[in-house]
Write a protein of this length. Structure first.
Length: 240
């Protein structure tokens, strides 16, 4: 069973370029919003030198490495949770993945369109990341607001479902404060119950800083408390 990672971000930040570098499978990388509509999918073997050593001992019929499935998801925009830029479709694509790889633009290019009607070299990594997180949080709030009435009825009939209802209610209040679901303190029982709510902001997130080549050694400020991984996606795609 492979791990599925959704590559997300605002339009034109280098998602498809990174997808090409990771999978050696070409996705459409174009300088306009929503160049990617249907998600591109690529499956990559995970290198592990231990596999051959184990195979030498047990002599299996074949060696099957672990795999990672990368999903290149179209760019999200402000208002995606309300359907802007086909946002509902793209949020649904994210919901099907196990984890999120968010590409954040650090590179400068006056010719790259950042969003509809906005071009130039201005970059705002923290603001861009906040835009994406806000859309995930708002989408989760909508999910919980729809689920809570049903969860409450089920919990009244079956007391074993009460923990799921209670954690859902707590999570909605937490999200209302602009905080991602994964950052709320939960017991092991609550976290297990929350898993069944399928919230976007509960997913693990890796931030990838798409930088200019001369920025690869720079010490980048954390995003949401996490150090971003600097990559020059254009160079990596060319090398791949």
């Amino acid at each position: 069973m492979s791990l599925s990672i959704g590559i997300v971000g605002l339009p034109n930040v280098g998602k498809s370029t990174l997808f090409t570098a990771l999978t050696k499978k070409t996705g459409l990388a174009a300088n306009y919003p929503f160049a990617t509509i249907d998600p591109n999918v690529g499956i990559v073997d995970v290198p592990d030198n231990r596999l051959q050593k184990l195979a030498d001992i047990v002599n299996p019929g074949r060696i099957v490495p672990a795999t990672v499935e990368f999903v290149d998801i179209a760019g999200l925009v402000k208002g995606a949770n309300e359907g802007e830029g086909l946002g509902n479709q793209f949020l649904a694509n994210i919901r099907e993945t196990d984890a999120i790889c968010e590409v954040v633009r650090y590179f400068k290019d006056p010719n790259v369109m950042r969003e509809v009607g906005r071009t130039g070299e201005f970059v705002d990594p923290a603001g861009d990341a906040d835009t994406i997180m806000t859309e995930l949080i708002l989408a989760d709030m909508g999910t919980l607001e729809k689920q809570l009435p049903k969860l409450e009825k089920e919990a009244k009939r079956d007391k074993e479902l009460m923990p799921k209802f209670e954690v859902a209610r707590r999570l909605l209040a937490w999200l209302n404060e602009g905080k991602r679901a994964a950052s709320m303190e939960m017991t092991d029982e609550e976290r297990a119950a929350a898993k069944g709510l399928f919230l976007l902001s509960m997913k693990p997130i890796l931030y990838v800083a798409n930088v200019d080549e001369d920025m690869l050694n720079e010490d980048l400020a954390p995003i949401d408390g996490v150090k971003p991984l600097p990559i020059c996606a254009k160079i990596e795609a060319e090398l791949s």
